[in-house]
Ligand binder design. Structure first.
Ligand SMILES: Cc1cc2nc3c(=O)[nH]c(=O)nc-3n(C[C@H](O)[C@H](O)[C@H](O)COP(=O)(O)OP(=O)(O)OC[C@H]3O[C@@H](n4cnc5c(N)ncnc54)[C@H](O)[C@@H]3O)c2cc1C
Length: 609
């Protein structure tokens, strides 16, 4: 297979990202212009070439081997990792100095999107290139990087990341694994066990977390052949059976002191930063996997007959197809908007600085909220899609010969790993509140301004002009609903809101939907500006369908919050304000969904044209 895109090495300098540096979380307070957001329509020739390479790799190399991997022939997985390495698909995030391609995050997302055609291998590849290799990229010493990264880049060695334990998953800092320095000061001696470790069955290098002297949470680079290291039996999983998941056992495991990763007692920085980085890729994979399920559903709906018609002619089936396509449009838009912002921030990092890794991490961490949004929204989106795919396949969906069954099982894990969706919802609201309290994000003044505005009575409303004016207005209303509810909640609980998880969750839901709504509108607007309204008919239809359902969610979450924080007359007043803020004329979503479904069925695939 041709690795044409290898010729385009060092592309961090050639990819076109919008130049605007946008603060993370600022979407809640500021309006963006379409030219400020990156969309799939902005892919450079290089991105497209990489996409084609990854697509060919997925269809020609991964898909023919699915059955073998499902039956745990991991020699195939290793071979595929080597092939991906040869094609440069595994090293886009590794610096050139250590054998990597050193490309932008858009490229990383494009590859993840295509590799996701088969979730079993996508998990293997994702763990190897992400949580397996990135701890070294961002926290390794020069010697550590030189020793391991070039071989991780080519797939000669395989990486894994061992944080979770049987008694501490979400609560990972509470781990029981211990490390003590040997009496000669040459080794750390590790004891403990790690649970559910992806790639564990065949990996060569593991980033293992343990507490030095039972206190200082730290990370270690542990090779498979180190004395005292062993791997337990494969788990029998519900899904992603083509990936390896095993416990690892540390029994007086001898780790040379030079394999301590990062600083003693600062392992939490590695653990959480690396998971944060992984989240946008998980979102890209959910989009890629979801697209496959939509296409399977469309193809089945065209050929399956009932009551003398193909089932794709029935309104209730078409509605499902339209919903699936709409979600994919929104998901794609959110993933690439976010990685585009990251790339804009990363383009300002001084590559020659001694603290380049630190600067890079800071630029990525800026978008922690958006990354968590993509993780939560993407994993729930793919679960919806695989469920409706199963429903369209009905009886045939429930049996193993049809791919709907595997897709249904494979998708479920996404809501559990890389931080459960509950933990990520808490991260979203917690991070925003932290920024608001520190003044980094002027959330509190915006809330106060809105409170004053709404309490002074109905205004004539914001009149917007130009393409998608109604839709932009709706996004503005969703932002106000979210801010109003968040304002009422923070007024009541102040700092103690952190303990009100249901309210934190509802605020996260409003935040997630607001980002999704705004992103859908901005992309449609950008397409209208580039190609005209007629060419943007599908993106506009999808945007309208999405806005309608998202607005319902935002309103419901806002009502839930108000009912929890106010009562009596105050509650009634606040609910009246919510009704005013949430007022809009509905779109004819039945007709819009018909149009969307018709196009998907005509083309036999996900399309925006
Ligand atoms: C297939 C697979 C692959 C995996 N790969 C890896 C890997 O490569 N490396 C690795 O280190 N780990 C890995 N994991 C582990 C995974 O990251 C954890 O399962 C996950 O973090 C959740 O931890 P837990 O299972 O212990 O659940 P728990 O933390 O026990 O959570 C149970 C439930 O309680 C909720 N909950 C927990 N704490 C809170 C809270 N504070 N507030 C509200 N709700 C809460 C959770 O959201 C969840 O619904 C993998 C797991 C699986 C199944």
């Amino acid at each position: 297979m041709a690795s044409r895109f290898l010729q385009g090495r060092n592309m961090a300098t050639v990819t076109a990202v919008p130049k605007t540096r946008i603060a993370g979380g600022s979407f809640l307070l500021e309006s963006r212009r379409p030219e400020e957001v990156f969309t799939p329509e902005d892919f450079s020739e290089q991105h497209q070439l990489i996409g084609q390479t990854a697509e060919e790799f997925a269809t020609k190399e991964i898909l023919p081997n699915v059955e073998k991997m499902e039956h745990k022939d991991f020699s195939i997985s290793r071979d595929l990792l080597k092939k991906a390495g040869e094609l440069g698909l595994s090293s886009v995030e590794i610096p050139e100095a250590y054998g990597g391609m050193e490309m932008d995050k858009v490229t990383a997302a494009v590859i993840a999107d295509h590799i996701a055609k088969y979730a079993g291998f996508a998990t293997t590849w994702g763990a190897h290139t992400g949580i397996g290799a990135l701890p070294l990229v961002y926290f390794g010493t020069e010697e550590q990087k030189k020793k391991y990264l070039p071989r991780l880049a080519t797939g000669e060695i395989v990486g894994a990341y061992a944080l979770s334990e049987s008694t501490s998953g979400s609560d990972a800092l509470n781990c029981r694994s211990r490390a003590v320095l040997s009496s000669d000061g040459k080794h750390y001696i590790l004891n403990g066990e790690k649970m559910w470790i992806t790639n564990a069955g065949f990996a060569d290098l593991y980033t293992v977390f343990a507490k030095i002297d039972g206190e200082k949470f730290s990370a270690f680079l542990v090779e498979r052949n180190f004395p005292g290291f062993s791997v337990g039996a494969e788990e029998h999983k519900m899904g992603i059976r083509g990936s390896s998941t095993c416990p690892i056992i540390l029994n007086d495991c001898k780790v040379p002191v030079e394999n301590l990763l990062g600083e003693i007692g600062k392992g939490h920085l590695i653990a959480f930063n690396i998971l944060n980085i992984g989240r946008f890729k998980l979102g890209a994979m959910c989009v890629g996997g979801g697209r496959v399920s939509l296409e399977t559903a469309v193809s089945y709906a065209k050929q399956r007959k009932a009551f003398g018609k193909s089932i794709g002619e029935f309104g209730l089936v078409r509605e499902k197809i339209a919903n699936m396509a709409t979600l994919l449009y929104v998901g794609e838009s959110m993933v690439y908007r976010t990685v585009g912002m990251m790339d804009a921030a990363l383009s300002e990092v001084d590559k020659s600085a001694a603290d380049v890794a630190k600067q890079t991490l800071k630029a990525i961490e800026e978008y922690a909220v958006e990354c968590s949004i993509i993780k939560v929204w993407g994993s729930e989106m793919i679960d919806y899609i695989v469920d409706e795919n199963m429903q369209i396949h009905a009886g045939y969906g429930f049996v193993e010969e049809y791919p709907a069954e595997r897709a249904y099982r494979d998708a479920r894990i996404n809501r559990i790993f890389e931080g459960t969706n509950e933990i990520n919802r808490l991260i979203i609201t917690g991070f925003l509140l932290k920024r608001a309290m520190s003044g980094q994000l002027p959330l509190m003044p915006a809330i106060k301004q809105l409170m004053d505005e709404v309490l002074s009575g109905p205004s004539s409303g914001d009149e917007l002009e130009g393409a998608l004016a109604e839709e932009r207005k709706l996004v503005g209303q969703a932002k106000k609903l979210g801010l109003f509810a968040a304002g009422a909640a923070t007024q009541k609980y102040m700092q103690a809101i952190q303990d009100q998880q249901e309210i934190m969750g509802a605020i996260a839901d409003m935040t997630i939907e607001t980002y999704a709504m705004e992103t859908a509108v901005l992309r449609a607007q950008k397409i209208v500006e580039a190609k005209g309204e007629a060419a943007a008919a599908l993106p506009i239809a999808m945007t309208r369908v999405y806005l309608t359902q998202a607005m319902e969610k935002v309103e419901a979450a806002a009502r839930k919050v108000i009912a929890a924080v106010a009562d009596g007359d105050m509650m009634r007043t606040q609910l009246a304000i919510l009704r005013r803020l949430g007022k809009y004329e509905p779109f004819n979503t039945i007709e819009l969904r018909q149009q969307i479904a018709q196009k998907m069925l005509e083309r036999g695939k996900y399309t925006l044209a």
